[in-house]
Design a protein around this ligand. Structure first.
Ligand code: ASP
Ligand code: MG
Length: 412
């Protein structure tokens, strides 16, 4: 039997009517001849409520009990979805993570999937079950405790099941109808992409296009799971939504596929850093140990043995970064003049696999920003991405200017 994985996010299962609507989409695929594994999120808002209950009960909570509580939202929707399908005469049953068992590491609240044995679910398919409804976001550790995969983790559950069961495709049903060239709330000419390559989606996901959990895209890329993002509120056809796939599957493509942004950035500068071999390691080692994920790094030319070192990091980690660097100074590992944090910045990036084979993307980008009078504070590039840090008040303007200059409102 061909098999599909269908994942429904929180807004798609927000109440009993929406669960029924989602179940109808599942039944349609069963009627077409598929066996289906359905992955469900908690009803929208539920996980936040559960997290709130945990934090109010115990500010420095035991992460194992946090997982026990916050994983429960998915259990409710899994059972309700199975019941709804049964009411439609579709043979279905629910599975909690531990029943599969979906085995994970013991890193509570951010566990990683280690193994999904197929035997239990395959046995039920062999007996005539048509739909396995699996609670997303959760698993079981080697110690036998319930774990969760981090916020947004149901996407990763879905992709992992698609890989383990060799699904034809993994359909991610959500409240938007696909992946856009940029955020339509900022640029009304933003266009839905029919296809996007894994690598591009990975960059866009990690840059804050919050459609898919980043880990799910990494996993999809590694196992070549074709992912489709589509709306659960529309009547879909074979070509609805956005297909996230291998670049070989994409024929026509703009050089730049999307413009991403992140408001939650900060720029930190260490002035007059003593310039000597090992200084970068002495700064960024302690930052990494403190869990500060640094993104862009710039080291200035040095004068009289001193240099400025600038880096960007998520704004909520500024305090942690400051304390890690000050501690390194107190230990005598680094010497510098001052540590300056600029928290009024935003990051804007253009992403596209076409950049590998086309030159001039950077100069086009910089010229477009210059024409709007936007000053660039830091630049970073990778093979398929160019990012700049700018004053946050110009973020919308920058996104619009870049969307326009790369012609993203028009298909290739
Ligand atoms: N319910 C979980 C969350 O809100 C997992 C998910 O929906 O992906 O993060
Ligand atoms: Mg989500």
């Amino acid at each position: 039997m061909p098999l599909l994985v269908m994942k429904f996010g929180g807004t798609s299962v927000a109440d009993l009517d929406r669960i029924k609507n989602a179940a109808q989409k599942v039944k349609r695929e069963v009627d077409r001849g598929y066996d289906v594994i359905v992955i469900v999120s908690a009803m929208s808002g539920k996980t936040n409520e559960l997290v709130g209950w945990v934090e109010s009960t115990s500010p420095l909570f035991d992460a194992r009990e946090y997982d026990a509580v916050v994983s429960s939202g998915e259990n409710v929707t899994a059972g309700l979805m199975a019941l709804t399908l049964q009411e439609m005469d579709v043979p279905a049953r629910s599975w909690q993570g531990w029943q599969v068992p979906l085995k994970t590491t013991s890193a509570h609240s951010s566990a990683r999937i280690e193994e999904i044995p197929r035997a239990n679910i395959d046995a039920k398919f062999a007996e005539g079950m048509k739909v396995a409804v699996v609670a997303g976001f959760q698993g079981i550790s080697a110690e036998g405790r319930i774990t969760t995969l981090g916020r947004g983790g149901s996407d990763t559950t879905a992709v992992a099941f698609a890989a383990a069961f060799g699904a034809e495709r993994c359909d991610i049903y959500t409240d938007v109808d696909g992946v856009y060239t940029t955020d339509p709330r900022i640029e009304d000419k933003a266009r839905k992409l029919d296809k996007i390559a894994f690598e591009e989606m990975l960059e866009l996901a990690s840059l804050g296009a919050k459609v898919l959990q980043t880990r799910s895209v990494e996993l999809a890329m590694r196992y070549k799971v074709r992912l489709r993002v589509l709306s659960s509120f529309e009547e879909n056809t074979e070509t609805s939504g956005t297909l996230v796939c291998d670049e070989e599957e994409i024929m026509e493509q703009n050089i730049v596929s999307g413009v991403a942004y992140s408001r939650e950035e900060a720029k930190m500068t260490l002035t007059a850093v003593e310039d000597r071999p090992g200084i970068a390691a002495a700064i960024f080692g302690p930052l990494a140990e403190a869990g500060v994920n640094v993104d862009m790094i710039v080291q200035n030319i040095s004068e009289e043995g001193r240099t400025d070192m600038t880096f960007s990091c998520p704004i909520n980690l500024v305090g942690r970064a400051q304390s890690a660097i000050n501690k390194a100074r107190d230990r005598g590992e680094i010497a510098f003049g001052s540590l300056v944090a600029d928290t009024d910045v935003a990051k804007v990036s253009v992403v596209g696999i076409g950049m590998r084979s086309h030159t001039g993307v950077a100069s086009t980008m910089f010229r477009a920003l210059a024409q709007e009078g936007i000053n660039i504070k830091v630049i970073a590039t990778s093979e398929i991405k160019i990012s700049v840090l700018i004053d946050r008040k110009y973020m919308e303007l920058a996104v619009q200017a870049l969307h326009d200059v790369f012609g993203l409102d028009k298909a290739a």
